[in-house]
Design a protein around this ligand. Structure first.
Ligand code: MLT
Length: 394
């Protein structure tokens, strides 16, 4: 008899971000006149930059012409784009071969797909609070997940636990949801821990572009020893506003091997079977991000989001609410006032001032009593939301 994947029954009924969308839509339906200030799901609000738009238009023209038309793209990405990404890493002092960079349709896709490189019996370590996909994808694969709980006492930046062993370790820095970011020394401790026990770190670098503090690495490969223990997953979603356009990249170093099996070779083989590549048009748009003009233009949108973060942080400073993040990150992670739970605070803000954030418990048990705001909203909406928060929480 056919057996479905029964691990689906172990998941929560609804994925966190869908629950937020659903609850917001229900409120809007009941209050059609209300304007809602969306600081919840980290979706960008600024359009793509001009250089990218021009490259996308040009690529559409290419597809309309007999001479320049492109069919299937190489599964692991167009060589020019792989080269452009490897060049980009040089600004962090990281030297990668273009064949160590794999183009994807987004970090979310690769965070799930990359698990095909690992045996089902491997144990997974997730630092909580965490982006929910890390846990869900491993539950579905039937892996054992160890939760490393964090809190304000260690700045939501735990060091490797001496009492726990894991095969696959998730690190996200700057972190989603807490906005906390590891410095070099702290990341070195994780790299040494992983190399010491033969583990592999899956490093989620989706928010690297928000780093302003030189003590914070943009890539785990800035750390000595990382090429023998880490895979880095990144995306243009937050960097260049590609949430609706979709393109990411994953770095799998050639030096990464376990039991004589090479992960770079495995991933290249995986891509051959599992994908026909990302569309020519999108890869052309993505390559434009890495040109000097593209890199300059994306910073203008990042500056807008950083200003939004400053506006929100100033509001929390005024009303005396504890928070972290917001400086090297688009997320601000705060303590709910008056001992409220995250979902209670969510309902309170939506009902009283029509501001939406994300309850900390959506990112795991130890997020309880915390709340996340995103700085990716419209600047006027962010200012209005900050004013409303100040008035309500004063
Ligand atoms: C978030 O709100 O955490 C992000 O939008 C998640 C994502 O990028 O998928």
């Amino acid at each position: 008899m056919l057996k479905p994947n029964m691990h689906y029954t172990e998941l929560k009924d609804s994925y966190l971000f869908n629950t937020i969308y659903r609850k917001t839509a229900e409120y809007q339906k009941a209050h059609p006149e209300a304007k809602i200030y969306r600081m919840g799901v980290g979706d960008v609000s600024r359009p793509l930059c001009q250089t990218v738009i021009q490259a996308l238009h040009q690529a559409v023209e290419d597809q309309a012409s007999m001479r320049n038309f492109h069919g299937y793209m190489p599964e692991s990405g167009a060589p020019e784009l792989r080269r452009a990404v490897s060049e980009y890493y040089k600004r962090f002092g990281v030297h990668l071969g273009a064949d160590e960079v794999f183009v994807s349709s987004g970090a979310c896709d690769d965070l799930g797909d990359i698990l095909e490189l690992f045996d089902q019996d491997n144990t997974v370590l997730v630092i909580e609070p965490a982006y929910p996909e890390y846990v869900d994808t491993n539950i579905l694969a039937g892996r054992k997940v160890l939760h490393l709980e964090t809190g304000a006492d260690n700045g939501f930046l735990p060091l490797p636990p001496a009492d726990r062993k894991a095969d696959i370790i998730y690190l996200c820095s700057p972190n989603n949801p807490t906005g906390a970011a590891y410095d070099r020394e702290q990341l070195k401790a994780w790299v040494d821990y992983a190399n010491g026990q033969g583990a592999v770190i899956l490093f989620d670098a989706a928010y690297e572009v928000f780093i302003e503090d030189p003590a914070i690495p943009h890539s785990i490969f800035e750390i000595e020893g990382a090429k023998t223990c880490a895979i880095e997953i990144c995306s243009l979603s937050k960097t260049a506003g590609f949430t609706g356009t979709r393109l990411g990249y994953t770095v799998v170093p050639r030096l990464l091997e376990r039991m004589g099996v090479n992960f770079n070779t495995m991933w290249a083989r995986n891509r051959e079977t599992r994908t026909n590549g990302v569309s020519y048009i999108l890869q052309k748009g993505a390559a434009a991000v890495f040109t000097p003009e593209g890199l300059e233009q994306i910073q203008r949108n990042i500056a807008v989001y950083k200003e939004n973060a400053r506006v929100l942080m100033a509001a929390f400073d005024r009303v005396g609410i504890w928070y972290c993040g917001g400086k090297n990150s688009p997320y601000i992670w705060l303590k709910c006032p008056e001992g409220m739970g995250g979902w209670e605070f969510f309902d309170y803000l939506l009902n009283e001032i029509q501001v939406v954030g994300i309850p900390g418990e959506g990112f795991g048990e130890c997020g309880k009593g915390y709340f996340r705001f995103s700085a990716f909203g419209d600047p006027d909406d962010t200012k209005e939301a900050a004013d409303r928060l100040c008035k309500l929480l004063r």
